[in-house]
Design a protein. Structure first.
Length: 243
């Protein structure tokens, strides 16, 4: 069995990967063993035979039909996880703050700055962060919409996974390959947020509050206005309320 989770960042990719990987006993492909985020290079990587049997990984590439064709030919199961874009934005902001601290302690220097790096070290209502929200964050929402509407991926909603993890994983596994209830329940315990944080320092950095609705406490009127004006249609297409 092969599974690839392909979703934008901060959607719950690692949680879903932990659950599916634990249920099916799959090895996690990580770091240099995984492809880059460009869809064409991703397809080349698949066709090279690097995606080995009984493995799982997550990726953030764009939806491309030829990429799905390459995955189908293996075959591999394609899963995408979506999340309230408001919560995803807040999660990205706090993740970048923690990653900056982690990188500084390791003495790492990034080869190339990314647009989202502007979020680091600034208050959530800083003009630079508001500009990023309005000008750059839309690519992540668009990517979620594309995968959700592609018809080529099994769609998991973060909020459903959070509300009733067993019921959602039962649904997902019935669509991939049925798994017994005991195996699913063991995976749920293994992949609880506190347990995942203990897996590695990097995992602790990625798993923050692991809750639904954090944006309702964090975002102000200026953030909500940008969401309404720039992303209202995309938010609705994903099935979430425009606030």
């Amino acid at each position: 069995m092969r599974i690839v989770i392909t979703s934008p960042p901060k959607m719950g990719n690692k949680w879903l990967k932990c659950l599916l990987g634990t249920i099916y006993g799959l090895d996690w492909l990580m770091g240099d063993d995984t492809p880059v985020t460009r869809a064409d290079q991703f397809a080349d990587w698949i066709q090279s035979g690097a995606f080995q049997e009984d493995t799982i990984f997550h990726q953030h590439c764009k939806y491309k039909p030829h990429l799905c064709d390459a995955l189908d030919a293996m075959p591999a199961h394609v899963v995408t996880i979506i999340r309230d874009p408001y919560d995803a934005f807040v999660s990205m902001y706090y993740w970048l703050q923690s990653r900056k601290v982690h990188d500084d302690t390791k003495g790492r220097v990034r080869k190339k700055e990314r647009p989202r790096d502007v979020l680091v070290g600034k208050p959530l209502a800083d003009p630079a962060i508001l500009a990023f929200l309005g000008d750059e964050f839309g690519i992540y929402i668009d990517r979620a919409v594309e995968w959700t509407e592609s018809g080529r991926a099994l769609v998991v909603r973060y909020e459903d996974l959070h509300r009733d993890t067993f019921a959602e994983m039962k649904r997902v596994t019935e669509l991939i390959a049925p798994a017994d209830d005991a195996r699913i329940r063991r995976a749920i315990v293994t992949c609880q947020a506190d347990n995942m944080r203990k897996m590695s320092p990097k995992m602790a950095q990625h798993i923050r509050s692991a809750k639904v609705g954090d944006s309702k406490e964090r975002l102000g009127p200026e953030h909500l206005q940008i969401f309404r004006e720039r992303y209202g249609e995309q938010v609705q297409r994903l099935g979430y309320e425009v606030r």
